[in-house]
Write a protein that binds this ligand. Structure first.
Ligand code: COA
Length: 152
């Protein structure tokens, strides 16, 4: 396995390479989504345009294998980072890439004195344990709510 390099995302040009990874990562177990390249790219570009966007990509050699993206949002007790997406190519998962991206993100946020990261994930699927290992905890007393048809 080649060395994993984590790089801060500094240009939207990379999003076209991240979109197919998002598609592969979510169109398989446990999510079994039905992302298309176009919709994935639209979503990543939408996040990229958010104020105070911060993202990291992971390379193995010259090939991009994963990314994490989100943005800093204001809050009266202190601004927090909202982790919108984190994904690794299925064939590259369980090699420590997710952890390396999370380490880079946490280190960067520490330098910015951002002390909290929030995210949504399903409670019964694997990534929940990944985040728990990374010291994330369920926010007691909070519910994610939704209006409209379940399937869009
Ligand atoms: C979540 C995700 C980003 C983790 O990336 P990754 O590169 O596979 O994670 P790592 O290799 O750094 O693994 C970190 C830890 O999780 C464990 N792990 C990774 N994948 C696992 C799996 N499918 N089942 C059980 N444990 C797993 C690793 O063994 C490791 O544990 P350890 O530190 O005790 O050895 C990746 O699985 C993914 O892209 N999933 C699909 C998209 C997704 O669900 N994103 C999050 C949505 S909220």
């Amino acid at each position: 396995m080649e060395q994993i390099i984590i790089e801060k995302i500094e240009s939207s040009a990379i999003l076209g390479k991240c979109a197919p990874i998002l598609v592969e990562a979510y169109n398989t177990e446990p999510w079994n989504d039905e992302w298309t390249y176009e919709k994935a790219l639209e979503k990543l570009e939408c996040f990229y345009r958010s104020p105070k966007f911060i993202g990291f990509s992971a390379y193995e050699g010259s090939e991009i294998k994963g990314a994490c993206i989100g943005n800093i949002e204001p809050y009266y007790t202190g601004d927090y980072y909202y982790l919108k997406e984190m994904f690794v190519l299925p064939s590259a998962q369980k090699k420590g890439i997710g952890k390396k991206m999370m380490d880079a993100l946490k280190q960067h946020l520490e330098q910015l004195e951002i002390r909290q990261i929030v995210l949504f994930t399903a409670k019964d699927y694997f990534p929940f344990n990944f985040y728990e290992k990374e010291q994330f905890r369920t926010m007691e007393g909070m519910n994610m709510m939704h209006f409209g048809a379940e399937n869009g």
